[in-house]
Design a protein around this ligand. Structure first.
Ligand code: ZN
Length: 211
């Protein structure tokens, strides 16, 4: 859907109200001030960040909050229903972009997509990494055998450490332009997140005496 440049951020669009030219990322027309609908931009382009894995989380928060403030419903109470609806859809698109940039998993998937790679974590993708499959099986067996919270916590700690390791490895792989490696690490991260969910489920079951 998105090309390497991350959408058409430089291409002119026309303001729906005055038909003046505006950029794809513009929230408001600089001529008439009308709020603009979200254009097809990926998360990096929408929030105005370069397509890199390493991001400044505080800067993303700051920019996101600034943009959302300008779209706050309170500012549109005296506007037409159409403008209120446009502001709302723009705010929703910003939410999506924000969630993508803040989540290493979604961010990595988007970067691979930008590079023309099919997502390794899409639907119906089979895991090709035998070491990862063995590890996951081992964790699941340990989880099934765990009968108290301490045992589950220990497994949870391991999953959390693997999560962090995957994110670090993703940063290194993207930094070095090694997309195959990044793709493998993204698959592993997805897997560890799935296991973390199972670990939370097991913890809840034991805590409620169903273990
Ligand atoms: Zn305009």
């Amino acid at each position: 859907m998105t090309e390497a440049a991350g959408g058409d951020s430089g291409a002119p669009h026309a303001c729906w109200s005055c038909h003046g030219p505006i950029t794809a990322a513009a929230l408001f027309c600089h001529v008439c001030g009308a709020v603009q609908p979200p254009r097809p931009l990926d998360a990096f382009a929408r929030l105005g960040f370069p397509g890199r894995f390493e991001v400044d989380a505080a800067e993303i928060d700051k920019r996101y909050r600034g943009l959302q403030q300008r779209l706050h419903p309170d500012r549109f109470t005296k506007r037409s229903p159409r403008e209120r609806a446009i502001a709302e859809s723009q705010a929703m698109s910003l939410n999506d972009a924000y969630e993508t940039l803040k989540d290493p998993l979604k961010r990595a998937a988007l970067l691979l997509e930008r590079a023309g790679r099919s997502s390794p974590i899409g639907e119906n993708r089979t895991i090709q990494d035998p070491a990862l499959l063995m590890e996951a099986m081992e964790v699941r067996e340990a989880l099934a055998a765990a009968t108290d919270l301490a045992a589950v916590e220990a497994i949870g700690k391991r999953a959390a450490a693997e999560d962090r390791r995957c994110i670090e490895a993703l940063g290194a792989a993207f930094g070095a332009g090694e997309l195959d490696k990044a793709s493998r690490q993204l698959t592993a991260l997805k897997y560890w997140r799935k296991l973390a969910e199972e670990i939370r489920g097991r913890r809840a079951a034991i805590a409620h005496g169903a273990g």
